[in-house]
Design a protein around this ligand. Structure first.
Ligand code: PHE
Length: 347
């Protein structure tokens, strides 16, 4: 019986066959189980001789079944591993990819352009106090420019440390913070969010500006003009950028200059480049700028007879619109992937 059972087990070639043999030998009705049951009816002598033989049979069959089962399982695993080998050379499906928003992209481009000119990036708080946003910039309490800024004020007259708090209406307060915290010479740009209570196709209550500030000895309007021309040529990637400087007014610069850039109509589209006085040409205002006002330099604790400088400010969203041909400012903040894709900004 033993050699017969062991031969059957050795010959079994599937796990099902092994299980069938196990039930046939060791199951409730199995032949080995039946033999074990006969032990109870034997005389002590018989049991002494037959017991070890039957136990030995049971152990031998149990061990043979376990071995065979293990071997068959290993073979099945080997077969599966051989069959399911992964081809690492197949191209992977990487799925949807995010991309950089046009505003972030333009801010990066500007930071890079100005880094080449020796400017570093400065930042300031979006929740600003009245002194940094207005007073130190030569816009006193009663100045009409305050009304023009459509300021979001925080409720309460004295919101923090007795200061009136607001959402900064421009990045110019970063000029003040930089001049108060750093020793000249200073060359910084300050990109960031600004807020005004205004909303239509060309105004959103939150938008982005970039501020520039240079403070050194002997800085002139010529330095300002060269810097702006160099920056706009690099930004629009054209050499035929023509600037028009118009006298203007900002309380914190004197003299103040508004800067227009020439465009040319191409198939009814405004393309930056060329003189605005050309046939098919025109001018677009892109920047506010000027020489930093003596009073501002003084308010920051510097001597205006020793230190002079220029400052400029421009809308990042507007620059993005001009460079990438977008026409509705509000779309920048809708988060509509179709719009981003249309302008090549999303995979
Ligand atoms: N802060 C001005 C604005 O928001 C722009 C500006 C910056 C003008 C620096 C002159 C100098 O309109």
């Amino acid at each position: 019986l033993k050699s017969g059972l062991l031969a059957d087990i050795a010959a079994a070639d599937t796990l099902d066959a092994v299980e069938g043999l196990r039930v046939g030998a060791l199951g409730k009705q199995g032949v080995v189980t039946a033999l074990l049951k006969t032990l109870g009816g034997m005389s002590p002598d018989e049991r002494q001789t037959q017991g070890p033989v039957i136990q030995d049979l049971r152990e031998a069959v149990t061990a043979a079944i376990a071995d065979k089962k293990g071997a068959l399982e290993q073979a099945a695993l080997d077969a599966r591993l051989a069959e399911e080998r992964l081809d690492m050379t197949l191209p992977a499906d990487i799925g949807p990819q995010g991309s950089v928003h046009p505003v972030s992209q333009v801010m990066d481009e500007l930071a890079e352009i100005f880094a080449d000119l020796g400017f570093s990036v400065a930042t300031g708080p979006e929740i600003e106090d009245d002194w940094h946003n207005f007073t130190a910039l030569n816009i006193p309490e009663t100045h009409p420019a305050r009304a023009m800024h459509d300021t979001f004020y925080f409720p309460g007259e004295t919101a923090r440390d007795g200061k009136k708090m607001l959402l900064r209406t421009h990045t110019s307060p970063v000029q003040i913070r930089t001049m108060m915290n750093e020793k000249p010479p200073i060359r910084i740009i300050a990109p960031g969010r600004v807020y005004r209570s205004d909303s239509d196709a060309t105004h959103t209550p939150m938008f982005h500006q970039i501020e520039g500030l240079v403070i050194d000895r002997g800085i002139t309007l010529g330095h300002l003009k060269w810097t702006l021309e160099t920056f706009l040529k690099a930004f629009f990637e054209r050499d035929d950028i023509v600037l028009r400087l118009r006298p203007s007014y900002f309380p914190f610069t004197e003299p103040s200059v508004e800067v227009d850039v020439g465009y040319t109509l191409v198939n009814g589209q405004r393309v930056i480049g060329g003189s605005g006085n050309d046939k098919d040409g025109g001018w677009l205002e892109v920047l506010g700028s000027g020489m930093v006002h003596r009073k501002v330099i003084e308010a920051c604790g510097l001597d205006p007879d020793e230190w002079q400088g220029f400052a400029f400010g421009t809308g990042v969203d507007r620059l993005a619109m001009l460079k990438y041909g977008m026409n509705d400012l509000r779309a920048f903040f809708d988060g509509d992937l179709r719009w981003l894709r249309h302008y090549g900004f999303s995979a």
